[in-house]
Design a protein around this ligand. Structure first.
Ligand code: 5AD
Ligand code: SF4
Length: 437
């Protein structure tokens, strides 16, 4: 009998991308081979996100399609894994007739066995959160990688309990991974030609393995792998320490780029969000980045229309965007998530049309700021890690600099995986353009 074929689709954040790599590894150990065409699949897995209502709607759309495929292909199984599986558990089986297997983020080791159970015709649900699962003994299969950059999960879960956020409920409490297993994973990547790694967690600043903290982990990583670029995400403003910034400054291979989600520029909104900092504290952290790490890019997440947000509070977000002058921002409108503190205690009272209008104002302003900030790069010389051929022009190549900005430049050949020096000569809203030195 030929090997069973697995098709996997991933929604949501980098954590989910890393989790899908674990899942593929676990399934491969059970004899599955990955296929790129969903029509060939014996098992379809959808790794899901619950962060906003529309993230779940997209998955439901896909499940309808997979349901119609099931009616035509006997024995095809559909599994939902990840955050939406954890949030909805049995409900998902009742709501979505196409679903055979529902598995939460801490139960992936059981997936092959659960799928075998489901083959007998009965749907299965496994969604118990664990206090200590970090999957640190599993070598992820980098099936969708460029062969140069990889994400490495250094911790799981989150316990910040921001009032709007579903993550602590679907990913459980925070746990940090043994640093030795992180180093050995990077070592294997290096052997395979990788040049850049991104250490990921919901709040990397609170990484703590028996007292071994995040700044020690990145120093250890930078020292052991001096020829690799090291990135990380996501930092939390309340925990971003000078110690971490000083560690970054001490190592040239730790990339000059920080993603520091602000959510709102208003202290009163931040309080309702239970973010644990004020506008002034946040601006103080930005000032520390500028002081200790000149040339470091800063990006953020902003959420508009949170419960009770007034026009004045919205204006404070706009003014904060101006003050910080971010290189880049992800921008969202608030979406109430069932079971969160905000859903239980606050009114989702900003009308939809007001949320949309405010979001558009934020997007428009940040667009101008991003364009302005990019122009400041003209004339600068950057090291760029080459990734591939530009989509727009086959004679041009692209990579990213330490500031995580895409740089496009002409070259005689593709030097994928090499570090090159590029002088910036121009910019578009999305990229920097330059010439090789
Ligand atoms: N509604 C809208 N956006 C949200 N985010 C988190 N929870 C919600 C929600 N309920 C945003 C935050 C976070 C990013 C990953 O998603 O900005 O930083
Ligand atoms: Fe990632 Fe959060 Fe979405 Fe889960 S809910 S996939 S942790 S963004």
């Amino acid at each position: 009998m030929s090997a069973k074929k697995l098709y996997i689709e991933t929604y949501g954040c980098q954590m989910n991308v890393a989790d899908s790599e674990l899942i593929v590894s676990l399934m491969a150990a059970d004899g599955y081979v990955l296929c790129e065409d969903v029509k060939e699949a014996d098992v379809i897995l959808v790794n899901t996100c619950s962060i906003r209502e529309n993230a779940e709607q997209r998955v439901r759309g896909r499940l309808k399609l997979f349901g119609s495929m099931k009616r035509k292909k006997n024995g095809l199984l559909v599994g939902v894994v990840g955050c939406m599986a954890q949030r909805l558990k049995e409900e998902l089986i009742l709501q979505e007739k196409s679903v055979d297997v529902v598995v939460g983020p801490d139960q992936y080791r059981l997936l092959p066995e659960l799928i075998r159970h489901a083959e007998s015709g009965n749907p299965v649900v496994q969604a118990i959160l664990s206090g200590d699962e970090t999957y640190d003994d599993i070598e992820p299969v980098r099936y969708d990688s460029n062969g140069i950059s990889a994400f490495i999960s250094i911790m799981r879960g989150c316990q910040n309990m921001c009032s709007y956020c579903i993550v602590p409920y679907v990913r459980g409490g925070e746990r940090s991974r043994n640093p030795e297993t992180i180093y050995s994973e990077i070592s294997a990547l290096k052997e395979n030609g990788y040049k850049e790694i991104t250490l990921i967690g919901q709040n990397v600043d609170s990484y703590n393995y028996n007292g071994f903290r995040f700044h020690e982990l990145i120093a250890g990583t930078a020292r052991r792998f001096p020829e690799m670029w090291i990135r990380f995400s996501t930092n939390h403003p309340k925990d971003l320490s000078d110690e971490l910034l000083k560690t970054m400054a001490a190592f040239p291979n730790i990339c000059r780029s920080i993603h520091l989600p602000v959510q709102s520029g208003s202290t009163t909104v931040l309080k309702r969000m239970k973010r644990g900092y004020t506008r002034e504290w946040y601006l103080g952290r930005i000032e520390a980045i500028r002081r200790l790490l000149p040339g470091c890019s800063v990006s953020t997440d902003v959420m508009t229309g949170f419960c009770g947000e007034t026009e004045e509070e919205h204006q404070e977000t706009l003014s904060l965007l101006e003050t910080v002058s971010y290189d880049f921002a992800f921008m969202f409108k608030y979406s109430q998530r069932p079971g969160t503190w905000a859903a239980r205690h606050l009114q989702d009272d900003v009308p939809e049309e007001v949320k949309i209008r405010r979001l558009n104002e934020i997007i428009e302003l940040q667009g101008k700021i991003s364009g302005r900030v990019k122009k400041l790069d003209i004339g600068q010389i950057y090291d760029v890690l080459v990734e591939g051929v530009s989509k727009k022009n086959a004679n041009e190549f692209f990579g990213r600099n330490q500031q995580n900005k895409v740089v496009v430049f002409p070259d005689s050949e593709l030097r994928k995986g090499e570090f090159v020096k590029v002088k910036i000569t121009g910019s578009t809203p999305a990229t920097l353009k330059g010439t090789l030195l």
